[in-house]
Design a protein around this ligand. Structure first.
Ligand code: SME
Length: 153
């Protein structure tokens, strides 16, 4: 996808987040916009950190068995523990991976930070191998910053 298209997606997701009446509505509207615009994103969810567990707050795609993930489990737990984005080009080659669907081939997890504190994360799966590039990372990190601003008034 062209860089200009990524900018267009960010602009439309930003409008959804800014027009939302609550943090939860912002998460739902951001995901709905990504579902509409990003064909390679097969499953997407936003987890919020509650104590030492990540709790699934909103998602699109098939229901996941992983609605609560401890910080020491999965790619989700690894990203939240380090506060850094993780891209996995081939989930079947990553021993940390917790399977959600047998069709999933690659994954990106982007922490939602407030300063150095992890509020939660955006988790996206794709049915294509190596679906996530630096442009996806930049887009999702920008969305994570917008969500953080909405989640911490
Ligand atoms: N794959 C994630 C678990 C969440 S499901 O993909 C929805 C992980 O390894 O942490």
């Amino acid at each position: 996808m062209a860089v200009s298209s990524y900018n267009d997606v960010l602009t439309s997701v930003q409008a959804e987040i800014e027009n939302a009446a609550s943090g939860h509505e912002a998460m739902t509207r951001a995901l709905a916009e990504l579902k509409k615009q990003m064909a390679s994103y097969t499953w997407a969810g936003i987890y919020l950190l509650e104590g030492r567990e990540l709790v699934l707050g909103a998602f699109f795609g098939k229901p996941s068995p992983h609605t609560r993930i401890p910080l020491d489990r999965g790619i989700c737990g690894a990203a939240a523990s380090t506060g850094a984005t993780i891209i996995v080009d081939d989930v079947n080659a990553d021993p940390r991976y917790l399977a959600c669907s047998i069709e999933t081939q690659s994954e990106i997890v982007v922490p939602i930070m407030h300063g150095t504190k992890v509020l939660g994360e955006i988790d996206i799966d794709s049915d294509q191998k190596a679906a996530f590039t630096a442009a996806d990372r930049d887009l999702l990190e920008a969305i994570a910053r917008l969500l953080a601003a909405k989640l911490v008034p």
